[in-house]
Ligand binder design. Structure first.
Ligand SMILES: *Cc1c(COP(=O)(O)O)cnc(C)c1O
Length: 283
């Protein structure tokens, strides 16, 4: 840390008269990548301070967050429990196999019960089954996660106009917007379809960490390509084009949708000529 900040140049960016830099959070750690590390960092300190030896969290079977919690547990000496939505499917998918190999114990919860994961009754039941634990919400977004992500603009510095990130639960954007320098703005790109509730969620997370709204930010909702983990031929073509131009394979679930969006907005003339943009490569 800090993760590298590198400029990329190509004909499309030149024609659109913008400068684009990548904040390479994807290279922070081989097993605990990007924003998941930033979101966990202060939570791990807090869990240790409160004397907890176990972390428990929730996620879908393909959740990067579950994977990151399992990795963090084995790296920093916490036992981990993953409450996974749905039923067990064997063989385990790569995420759950990795998590199990790192010592995470998995409990499956049917979709209906999973929906009430914030219900105190359900949490009390989990304490009866599993004993003491430090609870991390699904996706890892809480006030301490926002605090970790608010450190990103400080590493980038004041010489940029816009900081962009993908949005899943909104914790990363809430933090980035909270850490901006004067005159800077933040744009989040939703990877979920029909997710306008994220505006309120970012506000709620900022309220929890900062006690109010912070920074100039908005979310773009037009680049979800059908929804979470969905893709379309234009997105696949963009990923191939980008790999050829810049020798870098973009993560399709999150990062590629943001990058597609940045190029599209630039070519639509949404940014003033000379705008200096940083895209946070979250994973
Ligand atoms: C989880 C994740 C996100 C989403 O971050 P939120 O804080 O949930 O909005 C973005 N990019 C990558 C690579 C992720 O794994």
């Amino acid at each position: 840390m800090p993760s590298p900040l590198v400029r990329i140049s190509d004909e499309r960016l030149r024609d659109a008269a913008v400068e684009l830099w990548l904040k390479r959070d994807d290279v922070i750690h081989p097993e605990l990548v990007g924003n998941k590390w930033r979101k966990l960092k202060h939570n791990l300190t807090e869990a240790a301070r409160q004397g907890h030896g176990t972390l428990l969290t929730f996620g879908g079977a393909y959740s990067n967050h579950l994977r990151a919690v399992a990795a963090a547990g084995s790296l920093f000496g916490f036992a981990t429990i993953g409450i996974v939505r749905g039923e067990q499917h064997l063989p385990l998918n790569p995420v759950l196999r990795f998590a199990t190999e790192r010592g995470m114990r998995i409990q499956y919860l049917d979709r209906t019960a999973f929906r009430s994961k914030d219900d105190p009754e359900l949490v009390a039941g989990l304490h009866r089954d599993w004993g003491d634990f430090y609870l991390l919400p699904e996706g890892g977004s809480n006030a301490l996660a926002v605090r970790g992500c608010a450190e990103i603009p400080g590493e980038i510095g004041p010489d940029f106009d816009l900081i962009c990130c993908p949005v899943g639960t909104g914790g990363t954007l809430a933090g980035i917007a909270g850490g901006l320098h004067p005159g800077q703005g933040a744009i989040g790109f939703s990877v979920l379809k029909g997710a306008e509730y994220l505006n309120d969620e970012v506000k709620r997370l900022q309220q929890a960490e900062f006690g109010g709204s912070r920074g100039t930010w908005h979310i773009e909702f037009g680049f979800h390509f059908g929804g979470y983990a969905k893709t379309k031929p234009e997105l696949d073509d963009f990923v191939s084009w980008f790999a050829e131009q810049h020798g870098m394979q973009l993560d399709r679930v999150y990062v590629a949708k943001m990058m597609f969006g940045i190029y599209a907005l630039a070519e639509r003339g949404s940014f003033a000529p000379g705008t200096r943009i940083v895209a946070v490569v979250t994973g």
